[in-house]
Write a protein that binds this ligand. Sequence first.
Ligand SMILES: [Zn+2]
Length: 394
Amino acid sequence: MSSLLVDNIGELVTNGVGEGPLGIRRKAAVLIEEGRVAWVGPAAYAPAADRRIDAGGAAVLPGFVDSHAHLVFAGDRAAEFAARMAGERYTGGGIRTTVGATRAATDDELRATVRRLRGEALRQGTTTIEIKSGYGLNVADEARSLRIATETSSETTFLGAHVVPPEYADRPDDYVGLVCGPMLAAAAPYAKWIDVFCERGAFDVDHARAILACGQAAGLGVRLHANQLGPGPGVQLGVELGAASVDHCTHLSDADIDALAGTAHSDGSGTSTVATLLPGAEFSTRSPYPDARRLLDAGVTVALATDCNPGSSYTSSMPFCIALAVREMRMTPAEALWAATAGGARALRRDDVGVLIPGARADLVVLDAPSYLHLAYRPGVPLIHQVIRNGVPQ
Ligand SMILES: [Zn+2]
C-alpha cells in the first residue's frame, strides 16, 4: 500500500474539526492512503510515508465540488453574449441554438468538449463535477449525452426538461409525455439525478411536478432550476418533492425562504434541500444577484456552483464564483469557500467529498497563497498550485 504525505501546510481547511466554521488547522499535514485521507494532524507529528509533497507553508483546501454544470454540448454562443452586453435581455431562448448544434455533433465531438471542460475545471481545483444533459431533447440525443457524461462523472443528471424543443412548440403536453416515457427510460441507466428548468418560457409547475415524480419513481434523485428569471413556484415544488437542491434562487419570496428553512435537519447540520447559487449566470446575463445573506441568515444551507454552459455562464472556475459571491452576494470569504466545497457536497448528498477528514476521498487543492482568503482577495489570479484527486497528484 503506497502512502503520500502532504506536509508543511500553513493553513489547512478541513470543513471538519478545527478553528471556526471551516475547521482550520495551522502547521498541518495530511496522510493519504489508497485514495483516502488516512490522517490529519500537526506537521510535527506527521507519520512516515512513501512519498511526500511539501506545501511550502501554503494553504490547502478540499477540492471544489461543482454541483451544477452543463458540459455536454456543441458550438458556442459568444455572439449572443456580445449582443447581451450591448443591451439585449436574456430569456433562455438561446438554449435552442445549442440544441441544434448538439444534435448535429458526433459522439467524439461531444466527448472532446466534455473532456476539455473537465480538464479546465480540474486545473482550477474542481475535483467533483456534476454534469447535466439537456441539449439533446430527443430520446437518442439525451441518452447519448448522459452516456458520454458518465465517462467523466458519476454525478450525472437527466435534464430532458430543459426547454420544449421546437418540434414540440405547439404541444408541450406531448413533450412532457415523451420525457416521462421513452426518454426517461433511455436516460435513467446513465443518470443519478433528474432536473427540470421550472421557469416561465420553459416548464410550468404542473409539468415540472409530473416530470420530477416520474424521475423519482425511476429511482433518480430530484434537483431543479428554480426562480432564476423571476419569482415562481419552483423552490417550493423542490421542497415539496424533497429535492437535494434548488438551483439559482435569484428571486425568492419570504415563503420560499421559510420553505427551505423548514427542511432543516434536527441535529443542526443544515437543510436537506440546499439552495445552490450560480453567480456566473448573473454575471454573464448582467442580472441582479441572489441574496445569499438572506438565505444564510435563515439557516438555509447554501452551495456555490458554476452553471458552466455555453449560453448564460461559460465559466468553469469555482474561484471566480467564490470571488463573485463575496463581492456581489454579501457572503464572507469563509461562507463562500464552505459553499464551494462542503456545500456542493451537500447539494449532491455526498459526505465523502468537500471535507478533509479521515475516510474522506483524498481530493486536495494546494494554493499558491498563504490563505484561502486570497481566492476572493486576488480575483482572476491563477492561485491553484497543485490538485490531488483520489490521492493522485494531477
Ligand atoms: Zn443550469
